[in-house]
Design a protein around this ligand. Sequence first.
Ligand SMILES: *[C@@H]1O[C@H](CO)[C@@H](O)[C@H](O)[C@H]1NC(C)=O
Ligand SMILES: *[C@@H]1O[C@H](CO)[C@@H](O)[C@H](O)[C@H]1NC(C)=O
Ligand SMILES: *[C@@H]1O[C@H](CO)[C@@H](O)[C@H](O)[C@H]1NC(C)=O
Ligand SMILES: *[C@@H]1O[C@H](CO)[C@@H](O)[C@H](O)[C@H]1NC(C)=O
Ligand SMILES: *[C@@H]1O[C@H](CO)[C@@H](O)[C@H](O)[C@H]1NC(C)=O
Ligand SMILES: *[C@@H]1O[C@H](CO)[C@@H](O)[C@H](O)[C@H]1NC(C)=O
Ligand SMILES: *[C@@H]1O[C@H](CO)[C@@H](O)[C@H](O)[C@H]1NC(C)=O
Length: 769
Amino acid sequence: MNNYFCRIIPFLLIFHILLASCADQPPQVYIVYLGEHSGTKTFQEIEEFHRSYLHSAKGSKEKAKDCLIYSYRNVINGFSALLSPEEAAKISEMDGVISVFHSHPTILRLHTTRSWNFINLLEGLGDPNPPNAEDLLRKANYGKDVIVGVLDSGVWPESESFYDNGMDPIPHSWKGICESGVAFNSSHCNRKLIGARYYLKSYEAYYGRLNTSLDFRSPRDKNGHGTHTSSTIGGRRVPNASAIGGLGSGTASGGAPLVRLAIYKVCWPVPGQTPAEGNTCLGDDMLAAFDDAIADGVNVISVSIGGSTSRPYTQDGIAIGALHAMKRNIVVACSAGNSGPSSYSVSNVAPWIITVGASSIDRVFSSPIVLGNDMIIEGQSVTPFTNRTHPLVYAADVELPGTTTNLTSGLCLPGTLSPALVRGKAVFCWTGDLFESLEVQRAGGKATVLGNSYQGQGVLGRPYLIPATVVYSDKIDIYNYIETNQNPNVTLIQPKTVIGTKPAPFMAPFTSRGPNFIEPNILKPDITAPGLNILAAWSEASSPLNVPADNRVVKYHIDSGTSMSCPHVAAVAALLKAIHPDWSSPAIRSAIMTTAKITNNMGTQITDSLGNIATPFEYGAGHIQPSKAADPGLVYDASYDDYLLFLCSSTGNVLDPSFNCPQNIPSASDLNYPSISIAYLKGSRTVKRTVTNVGTTNSSYSVRINPPQGYSVQISPTALYFSATGEKQSFSITITAQSTAKKSVFAVGWYTWSDGIHQVRSPITVAAV
Ligand SMILES: *[C@@H]1O[C@H](CO)[C@@H](O)[C@H](O)[C@H]1NC(C)=O
Ligand SMILES: *[C@@H]1O[C@H](CO)[C@@H](O)[C@H](O)[C@H]1NC(C)=O
Ligand SMILES: *[C@@H]1O[C@H](CO)[C@@H](O)[C@H](O)[C@H]1NC(C)=O
Ligand SMILES: *[C@@H]1O[C@H](CO)[C@@H](O)[C@H](O)[C@H]1NC(C)=O
Ligand SMILES: *[C@@H]1O[C@H](CO)[C@@H](O)[C@H](O)[C@H]1NC(C)=O
Ligand SMILES: *[C@@H]1O[C@H](CO)[C@@H](O)[C@H](O)[C@H]1NC(C)=O
Ligand SMILES: *[C@@H]1O[C@H](CO)[C@@H](O)[C@H](O)[C@H]1NC(C)=O
């Protein structure tokens, strides 16, 4: 008890002093970005240097005293501080300052047994000699020499997924720490969880002191999200793992089961919201985590945190952190966001990041309903219950007067249902999810049939607290049945796991789509991976629904989002690093992209959840195929300087002042990227690409072109010969708009280099003006 108070009180005091002396007005947190450290300054000298900017801006040392939040001291040069907009403007004019920007909070929304089997299975489709995922893992030593840093909500270290039995000692290259805090100390790290840190200085400057009944002041995960993503990357093989009610049972395993995990907790609860509404992650807390992760010696960084779709790279903590990581050959994978299906919704679009969309796997939790007229309607549910018939009502018929309008009627919004009319019945909500199911429960309903708020078959499975199933078509039949019968009833059929469903994959309805708002001459996302209804480990301090009404504790949990697909790609990147330690980060991304698949398990093109043919704006280069990625034949490599050259053209503003933009700046489309995007084509444009042979000597490649509709595409030369491994060959691609080209609308095509063994495919997206 005493110890507890000793720890807490000084923090409280510091916080009040900080507010009192630094901020005359409500504090605003700014990041001042200065590039990268050089030379051999001590940490103290660095902090003094950063304080000198504050002194100048605020006019006195006294005034600047408690305003500094972070002084980035390892790799990234910069600091964050409480400033007024005027002071921020003053600092942005000072010597050496590259950018000054708000540390905006980013809400991390919704944002694995079956998914790894599924990748293996997909790779085998149509292939007479299907690759074996186990071969890939064996070649990579299951990732045992690779360290993956995870920026998220922390970790639940007791999960069996993080046991270290039988693992080798920690790699010598590791320089990180296991930071102690509430319910977490160095004994919680092991040979699997080799590091853990937490960052909340900026969170507290922005939201006030952390409410310790909402989260642990330590790397321990209260939310569950970070435990889910970390175990998807590197969880051990745990037999008999399943979600509530035994659904989805099987052996849970991360993609790289022996990889080392380093946890950087940067996301915290939003005061006044339930965790189900998301965590918040501040830009300068994330930048501090990047700075440490780079210095700690991670090889891969996984960030399942959605950034803004419109913030330029110079004002985006994730983009800046990732650029420093890329320079040191650390692969950074980020989620594309959950703001689909609208266009221009993709986030984390910097070209030095792997941007990951989300798609389904071939597993459905089937739970149909049977109406009293014997009509069977397809539904899905991960809520455990047994077959039962209930009287059925439509929400719009059982509402409290005055709580809805004709636009909100039938939606089961909180506070709208009449307990007198609902008690003991099943309620049909026209659309609904978590909060609608809770409303039915509040009003005394016994079960609920929820119309899918998303589209088509892309149903997000949630273990609701009352029997519930989500229907995605035939909603009008349910409505008609209820409205034309005296005593309608419904039987909910208990969910069962169905494997091998077709088509799979299809794009998740929520996955964020291109075009890229910041730089339409770079196609984003890059790739898609499983992100719909993924089973992985969960925090035992959380509940499956993450709301106060839910007090169930689970070890494994089904969740959906690009947050779930990003760690799949991070795991594959870790395996590729193990197999090809000499490959650069861009080479690893290229291998993942050019070997991806654009057909589903029916042999037809991947669709969205409604059955429309999907495009590279949804899946980038396609669905990931890990074994193929290990042997891509050719890669599109790029150097750190190539990215700076790209920045010269894209934002006209470099993140690294030591680099001078040349007189003739190439177009952003000229970055040696594994895809091609040309946003404003006038007539004709030629872009250049260079491929590096990572296959065998004496290989001959020829090109095949599927031009976008309304365009002609010429590639020169049409054949490439490589006499050695590591040899580079360049070619040019000329794209010409024909009279049939639709103006200001992107058209999509492909080109593929093949030596008869490898297919090196790149998407082309182009829009004429
Ligand atoms: C760490 O915490 C555990 C309890 O969770 C305790 O048993 C152990 O002694 C602590 N270890 C250290 C090194 O403080
Ligand atoms: C902390 O959170 C709990 C649970 O939501 C709430 O009851 C309490 O009022 C909060 N405390 C403060 C100081 O906000
Ligand atoms: C897994 O479950 C099966 C069937 O319930 C049981 O036979 C087996 O022993 C379990 N395995 C482990 C490792 O618990
Ligand atoms: C459900 O409704 C049908 C048709 O009205 C009726 O035959 C059946 O008995 C009802 N089932 C229950 C359990 O009430
Ligand atoms: C529930 O109903 C389904 C469909 O009628 C049936 O296949 C299943 O066996 C039933 N389950 C139980 C436990 O009765
Ligand atoms: C909703 O009600 C208002 C006023 O009664 C009416 O003007 C409007 O057309 C209605 N909207 C719909 C979608 O029915
Ligand atoms: C590649 O081709 C050259 C010239 O034809 C030949 O000398 C060499 O042995 C070949 N190398 C391999 C590995 O086939």
